[in-house]
Design a protein around this ligand. Structure first.
Ligand SMILES: [Zn+2]
Length: 211
């Protein structure tokens, strides 16, 4: 299993999955612990400032640290053969890259994102439906990323718990259909929405009808 991003979503996902008994977890991130992110990165504290997040995580949890940013160049080799890949990134470009590579490599993918008070989680199984069925192209980069919009700390924790649950479903072979999980901490609403596959989406190519 590979968690991409060791921040406010990725690091609690690692903690939850380790506590659930999952082993063979790797975490990829090239970023360091920063003061402005500590409110949502519950595994780190001010003693860790300036240290690489994956190094701190690997000291505290039985996970493998991969101190690189996953990109187009290294993505296939890092993702290939994983039981599941979990999105702990904070940019739409990275989320779509992971979505596309996981579909190409037939690796189950858990998309997770949070901004302000809201979050969403989607388990993408080989063959879809996928993130592009929800929105064919990434949103404008200027509206992108929690660095721009800010994030309410507990929203990251809630999304992490939901994402860890979906990852456990993926690796345990739970056959229940995928659904889009939507959480809003401003209203306290948690929704589970069916995501129909988009017949024009690349993930649907060659897929049997009625997925
Ligand atoms: Zn799709």
């Amino acid at each position: 299993m590979l968690i991409v991003g060791a921040g406010g979503i990725g690091s609690p996902v690692a903690r939850i999955l380790v506590d659930a008994g999952v082993r063979g977890i790797a975490v990829a991130d090239d970023d360091v612990v920063a003061l402005e992110n500590l409110h949502r990165q519950v595994l780190f504290d001010d003693r860790d400032l300036g240290r690489r997040k994956v190094d701190v995580l690997a000291e505290r949890l039985p996970v493998e640290a991969i101190p690189v940013r996953v990109d187009r160049r290294n993505g296939r080799s890092l993702l290939r053969g994983r039981a599941c890949v979990i999105d702990g990134t904070d940019s739409f470009a990275d989320k779509y890259l992971l979505n596309d590579l996981c579909l190409e490599l037939s690796v189950p993918f858990v998309h997770a994102g949070a901004a302000q008070f809201r979050g969403q989680v989607l388990l993408v199984r080989p063959g879809g439906p996928c993130l592009r069925c929800l929105l064919p192209e990434p949103p404008d980069a200027r509206t992108d990323e929690c660095r721009v919009t800010g994030i309410f700390g507990p929203a990251a924790g809630l999304v992490a718990a939901l994402a860890a649950g979906e990852a456990l479903r993926a690796i345990s072979g739970d056959p229940a259909p995928s659904a889009l999980l939507l959480a809003d901490l401003a209203t306290g609403r948690l929704q589970r929405a069916r995501l129909p596959p988009d017949p024009l989406c690349p993930c649907a190519a060659g897929a049997p009808a009625g997925r």
